[in-house]
Design a protein around this ligand. Structure first.
Ligand code: NAP
Length: 288
């Protein structure tokens, strides 16, 4: 059996939906922390088990009879908590007799990255490698789906796109397609102890984002590079919470440093078709 953690999250659900097209639902265990949230949202026929990353006993019970666990990284932000949760999942998998863990990491994980999640992804990879389990690591780039958040949700605000990412480029991948890739990896052979960089080509700068937004919306959009301090001051004026400001500035600095700008053919190979590109995605959100 294959167990997916974080199954009620966006990536978990995308993975489950792709998985039921490839394997019998009876072979799939959706591990959720809140079974109420799972009701009515998960594909028919999959087994739902409760597993909280903070509660090792629930994870051990959830992994009984499971051969492969897909560990979807936690949505928590704080390093120690993230590490404890990921370690709980890996330890429980080992204790339950699971053979293989697939982990969703980040592209170019580093203990020194300004991107908040990167150091814990780096350390989780190390922990998984040292666990003795066989593993596959999917190093996911930033989701295309976060671009509207970078631009401003809903409509284009004032025709201006602000960032402290400078001239940095980013390879974006559609979350739905990352779920499909995860499902493909879970249902095919040859992935033991492999590390895959999932960052499709090309990588785009904020100038490219602005140009594509102009093209698909027919409205004027200009990229205005700002410093991190200027962005932070503006966000504080709008009462944006400090943890979010820290996350955004760290991510922008990592963008500026090129951490998300190492595209490769692996995404397309594992997906089995051309990935959705920026223009197609943005046309769906902001199209005329
Ligand atoms: P998401 O929708 O927030 O899903 C996160 C999942 O983690 C949710 O299902 C959540 O459960 C589960 N979770 C959190 N704490 C848990 C706990 N204590 N026990 C069990 N499950 C717990 O995020 P996503 O879009 O699917 O992305 C998956 C992961 O990728 C995120 O968690 C984050 O680590 C990372 N991420 C990547 C990007 C990117 O651009 N590449 C962007 C954002 C996040 P509930 O459903 O009950 O909330």
């Amino acid at each position: 059996m294959i167990a997916i953690t974080g199954a009620t999250g966006h990536l978990g659900l995308a993975t489950l939906n792709a998985l039921v097209a490839k394997t019998a639902p009876a072979e799939i265990v959706a591990v959720v922390r809140d079974p109420q949230k799972a009701a009515g949202t998960l594909p028919q026929g999959v087994t739902v088990r409760t597993g909280d990353y903070n509660d090792p006993a629930t994870l051990l019970a959830a992994f009984q009879g499971v051969g492969t666990v897909a560990l979807i990284s936690t949505s928590e932000l704080e390093y120690d908590l993230r590490m404890r949760q990921h370690q709980n999942v890996i330890d429980a998998a080992k204790q339950a007799g699971v053979r293989h863990v697939v982990y969703t990491s980040v592209i170019n994980p580093s203990p020194n990255s300004p991107f908040g999640a990167s150091p814990s992804h780096f350390a989780t990879e190390e922990y998984l490698r040292a666990s003795g389990l066989t593993y596959t690591i999917l190093r996911n780039t930033l989701y295309l789906d976060i671009v509207p958040m970078l631009v401003g949700e809903g409509t284009l605000p004032g025709g201006r796109l602000y960032s402290s990412a400078g001239e940095g480029r980013v390879s974006y991948g559609l979350r739905q397609e990352m779920g499909e890739i995860l499902a493909n990896v879970l249902t095919s052979a040859g992935h033991d102890n492999q590390v895959y960089d999932l960052a499709p080509s090309p990588a785009y700068s904020f100038h490219d984002l602005a140009a594509t937004l102009r093209e698909v919306s027919g409205r004027p959009v200009e990229y205005v590079p700002l410093s991190g301090e200027e962005i932070a001051a503006s966000l504080r004026q709008h009462q944006v919470p400090e943890p979010f400001i820290g996350l955004l500035l760290g991510m922008s600095e990592a963008m500026k440093n090129g951490e998300f700008a190492t595209p490769s053919a692996t995404f397309e190979q594992l997906l089995g078709r051309k990935p959705t590109d920026l223009k197609t995605y943005l046309a769906g959100v902001y199209g005329k």
